[in-house]
Ligand binder design. Structure first.
Ligand SMILES: [Fe+2]
Ligand SMILES: [Fe+2]
Length: 379
């Protein structure tokens, strides 16, 4: 197998598809690798999160998150940059975290773990697992080096693309008369609410962690089109008249335009996740009963990522302080979400997913607070 053919695999499809294709190739030379998984590290929260996996034997684990500092072994790898070989997992792992228990239950006997770095920053880890004992001999480790660097390149270039997109939208926002039309805290919170919801409904909709992370990363861009709305409307304290409302609602179309300028109309080919981003920007005001805008889509025609973001966005708008309104209690806001889902406007699964995770919601609400609430504008 040539390097060129591997490079082709590493360049097409979603990350999950690409990892699966690389795994197929890898099995030709190293048949004992039963699972390849990558976890992503988020330094801000010290969290390590399941991200993409290719699992041939055993049951895939998804939606798992733990703080890196709780794992002594992985923290050491992150610091030293070394890899770790476990020849006998059962005797090497003594912790009883949900992850360790899951690992043992899968029947994996040995593993090979490599930390991933991007410009010196920890990006995450790649885990290779095998149902054979002591599968990762020095010879096998050498064979895996190429795959490790391909996977690392794949992930870091994807993340660099996403970061560049986020940066350019931030820049676009700053350049527009240096206006702060959404507080950073609103975006922090609604992205995290979106992730809570996406993770909870993932099994229902057959969504993977890559999708969940995409929703989390892109949710804050839902209102990027507001940079095209004049201040007199965006910051107006009172009710909007019908003409102003039309201009305000055009933030959706403007947002789609901005996204297309950034990723290019052909963006999907190089960047499959761009569809996720576009759907969030384009459909976050659509309602299940067709009463939303701009297209009046209904039911299943509204992409699930947009239904998730709509619930998170409305919930945060209700529970946040805004200059023109009091903040609602969590209970009142939950009741309102239930009312909107009973009316057929919001997705009931998404609403329940949020309401059922009250402790996590309270934590997010308390942790990410607005330092300058006066900058916030209408939802
Ligand atoms: Fe919006
Ligand atoms: Fe918002």
């Amino acid at each position: 197998m040539s390097l060129a053919s591997l490079a082709v695999i590493a360049n097409s499809g979603t990350l999950t598809e690409r990892l699966g294709a690389l795994h197929t190739r890898l099995l030709e030379t190293v048949p004992m690798v039963d699972r390849i998984a990558c976890a992503l590290y988020e330094a801000k929260d010290d969290q390590l999160k399941t991200f993409i996996n290719s699992t041939r034997t055993g049951e895939a684990i998804a939606g798992y998150e733990a703080s890196l500092s709780n794992s002594h072994a992985l923290s050491q790898l992150a610091q030293s940059g070394d890899f770790r070989v476990l020849d006998d997992i059962a005797s090497a792992i003594h912790s009883d975290t949900a992850h360790s228990q899951w690992l043992k239950a899968q029947g994996y006997q040995s593993s090979f773990t490599v930390p991933l770095f991007d410009h010196g920053r920890l990006l995450g880890f790649i885990f290779f697992d095998s149902c054979q004992r002591a599968a990762f001999t020095p010879q096998v480790q050498r064979d895996l080096v190429l795959y490790t660097s391909l996977i690392s390149m794949m992930i870091s270039s994807e993340i660099a693309t996403i970061r560049a997109m986020i940066e350019s939208t931030k820049l676009a926002r700053e350049l527009t008369e240096l206006r702060d039309f959404e507080t950073g805290a609103h975006l922090d919170r609604m992205a995290r609410y979106s992730r809570l919801i996406a993770r909870a409904i993932a099994p229902l909709h057959g969504l993977n962690d890559e999708f969940v992370e995409g929703v989390y990363l892109f949710a804050p861009m839902h209102d990027i089109g507001k940079i095209g709305i004049p201040d007199r409307i965006l910051l107006k304290p009172g009710r909007l008249d019908p003409e102003e409302r039309v201009i305000m609602d055009s933030h959706v179309a403007k947002g789609v335009e901005i996204i297309e300028r950034i990723i290019g109309k052909e963006g999907d080919r190089h960047f499959p996740e761009s569809e996720l981003l576009r759907n969030i920007v384009q459909c976050h005001h659509e309602m299940l009963d067709g009463s939303g805008y701009p297209q009046g889509l209904s039911g299943e025609a509204i992409p699930i990522e947009a239904r998730v973001v709509a619930v998170a966005d409305i919930f945060d708008a209700l529970t946040a302080h805004r200059p023109y309104k009091q903040e609602w209690s969590l209970d009142d806001a939950f009741a309102e979400l239930h009312r909107l889902s009973a009316q057929g406007k919001l997705d009931a699964d998404c609403v329940n997913a949020l309401v059922n995770q009250r402790a996590a919601v309270e934590d997010i609400h308390a942790r990410y607070t607005d330092s300058q609430p006066d900058h916030a504008v209408r939802a």
